[in-house]
Design a protein around this ligand. Structure first.
Ligand code: BES
Ligand code: ZN
Length: 446
C-alpha cells in the first residue's frame, strides 16, 4: 500500500488545472507521467495531443472471446481558489485523519488511480487481465470535454467496447456501495447587462438612467418561483418522469434524508421543487443555478455609484430527455423577454453536455453490483447522480456502450472546494474493486 500511496502523491503533485492556461505544461507533464506509469505496469500507455489538453490511452493485449471494457477517468482538476481556506497546500498531498488531502484526491485522480493500481497488481500476479481493457484518461473533463468527442470519433474502432467503467461519482454514505446509472446533463451561459458608458455618480444620475446591477437582480429573480420551480417557458417540456421503481428504491437510500443533507451542506434549511424528495430533486429533476454574479462597487464601505455594467453566470442541470442547446435557446428567449428597459443584454453560451440514464439491471450492471457487494461486504444502492460527466452520453452515441458509474467519492470529500480529500479506506477499496470488477465482467457478459 505504501508504494501505491507514494505513487498517488506523485500524481497529486501535478497542478493539472485544465481551465488555467498557465498550467498547460503541468497538464502535459501529468499526462506523460501517467502514460509512463501505465506502461511500467505492462500496458502500452501513450499520450495523444489534441487542440486542447492531451488524452492518455493504454491497452492490454486484446484476445477473442473476452468482453471489451473501456476504463475512463480524468486527470485534470478544478482551480484551487480560495487558496487561503486550505489547511494544507492543495498540491502538497498529505494524510491526516485517515484521509488524503489534495486537489484532485477524489475528483478524479485518487479514484482512477485506484483502478490503475488494481490493474498493476493483477498484471504483476497473473501477467494479464481477465478482460480486453482500454484505458482512456482525459485532461479536459472539468471544462466540458471539448475535444474528446472528436477524439472518440477519430478512434472509434480502437475504442470500440461492450461496456464503460467510470469511478468519478459518489457513494451516498461511507461504506454504502453505490452504482450510478444516470447523470444530469449541463448547459452553461453567462450574460452581461450594460447601461451608461462609465460608472456614474448615483446621486447626480440615479433615477434618470437604468441600473445594470438592478437589472441583473431582476433577471435572476425571474428564473424561479418562490418554491424553486424554473419559470423559463418550456423548460420542463422534455423532462422524463421518474419510474415507479426509482421512486420506491430511492425512498430508503441512506445519506439522503433531510438531516444528512443539512449536515453535509451546512445550509440552514433545504429548498427545492415541491412534490419531490431531496433524492428525486437531485437525481431526476432539472435546475437553473446562479454560479456567480457581479458588477458595481465590491470594496470596503460604501461608494455611491451607478455601475456601467453587471454580469451573471448560469448553469442548468438537465435530465433525460432535455437537450442542452434547446434549453440554452429557451433561456436566452426568457432573459431577452424579461430584460428591463434602459439597458442592453449580451448572452454568451458556454459548454454543455447531455444527460444520461441507463438500465442498471443488465448483465454488466449486475456484474458491477456483485463487484460492489463483494468489495464492501454490503448490498449496493442504485442511484442517478446530480453531477455531470458529459462524455458518458457520447460513449453511448459514438461507441454504443453503456457506462457503469462505480463511485468512491464520499459526501464530505469536498470536491471543487477547499480541503478536497479522499478516504484512504476508499482508495484501498477502489484497488480491490477494480480486481473483483474485471473478474465479474469477464464472467458475466451482457
Ligand atoms: N466528478 C465530477 C462529477 C460528479 C461528481 C458526478 C459527483 C457525480 C457526483 C466531475 O469531475 C465534474 O465535476 N463534472 C462537472 C462537469 C462540467 C464542468 C462539464 C460538473 O458536474 O460540474
Ligand atoms: Zn469535477
Amino acid at each position: 500500500m505504501n508504494r501505491w500511496v507514494d505513487d498517488l502523491f506523485e500524481l497529486l503533485r501535478f497542478p493539472s488545472v485544465s481551465t488555467e492556461s498557465r498550467h498547460k505544461e503541468d497538464v502535459e507533464r501529468c499526462a506523460e507521467w501517467i502514460a509512463a506509469r501505465i506502461s511500467a505496469a505492462g500496458l502500452d500507455g501513450s499520450v495523444h495531443f489534441t487542440p486542447g489538453h492531451p488524452v492518455v490511452l493504454a491497452r492490454n493485449e486484446h484476445r477473442d472471446g473476452r468482453p471489451n471494457v473501456l476504463l475512463y477517468g480524468h486527470y485534470d482538476v478544478q482551480p484551487v481558489d480560495p487558496l487561503e481556506l486550505w489547511e494544507s497546500p492543495p498540491f502538497e498531498p498529505e494524510v491526516r485523519d485517515g484521509k488524503i488531502w489534495a486537489r484532485g484526491a477524489t475528483d478524479n485522480k485518487g479514484q482512477f488511480f485506484a483502478h490503475l493500481c488494481g490493474i498493476a497488481e493483477t498484471m504483476e500476479e497473473k501477467g494479464d487481465l481477465p478482460v480486453n481493457l482500454t484505458i482512456l484518461l482525459e485532461g479536459e473533463e472539468e471544462i466540458g470535454s471539448p475535444n474528446l468527442r472528436p477524439f472518440l470519433e477519430a478512434h472509434r474502432d480502437e475504442l470500440k467496447c461492450d461496456v464503460v467503467v467510470v469511478s468519478d461519482t459518489g457513494m451516498v454514505a461511507p461504506g454504502v456501495p453505490t452504482l450510478g446509472y444516470g447523470l444530469r446533463g449541463i448547459a452553461c451561459c453567462e450574460f452581461t447587462v450594460r447601461g451608461p458608458s462609465r460608472d456614474l455618480h448615483s446621486g447626480v444620475y440615479g433615477g434618470t438612467v437604468a441600473n445594470p446591477a438592478a437589472a441583473i437582480a431582476h433577471l435572476l429573480a425571474s428564473l424561479h418561483d418562490a418554491g424553486g420551480r424554473v419559470l423559463i417557458d418550456g423548460f420542463y417540456d422534455d423532462v422524463r418522469d421518474l419510474e415507479d421503481w426509482e421512486r420506491t428504491m430511492w425512498k430508503g437510500v441512506p445519506g439522503m434524508a433531510a438531516q444528512d443533507l443539512l449536515e453535509v451542506t451546512g445550509a440552514p434549511q433545504l429548498h427545492g421543487e415541491a412534490g419531490y424528495s431531496p433524492a428525486e430533486r437531485l437525481w431526476a429533476r432539472p435546475t437553473a443555478e446562479v454560479n456567480g454574479m457581479g458588477g458595481g462597487y465590491q470594496g470596503e464601505g460604501s461608494k455611491t455609484v451607478l455601475p456601467a455594467q453587471a454580469f451573471a453566470k448560469l448553469s442548468f442541470r438537465l435530465v433525460p430527455d432535455q437537450d442542452p442547446i434547446d434549453i440554452l435557446k429557451k433561456a436566452g428567449r426568457h432573459l431577452e423577454a424579461h430584460c428591463p428597459e434602459g439597458v442592453t443584454l449580451e448572452i454568451k453560451r458556454g459548454h454543455h453536455g447531455m444527460p444520461y440514464a441507463a438500465d442498471p439491471h443488465t448483465g454488466f450492471g449486475k456484474a458491477a453490483q456483485e463487484a460492489l457487494r463483494k468489495t464492501f461486504s454490503a448490498d449496493p444502492v442504485l442511484i442517478r447522480e446530480g453531477g455531470s460527466i458529459p462524455i458518458v452520453q457520447d460513449f453511448k452515441e459514438v461507441l454504443g456502450a453503456d457506462t457503469l458509474l462505480l463511485g468512491l467519492a464520499l459526501p464530505d470529500c469536498r470536491i471543487h472546494s477547499p480541503n478536497e480529500n479522499f478516504l484512504m479506506e476508499n482508495f484501498v477499496a477502489g484497488i480491490r474493486l477494480n480486481r473483483i470488477l474485471l473478474e465479474e465482467l469477464a464472467a458475466k457478459p451482457a
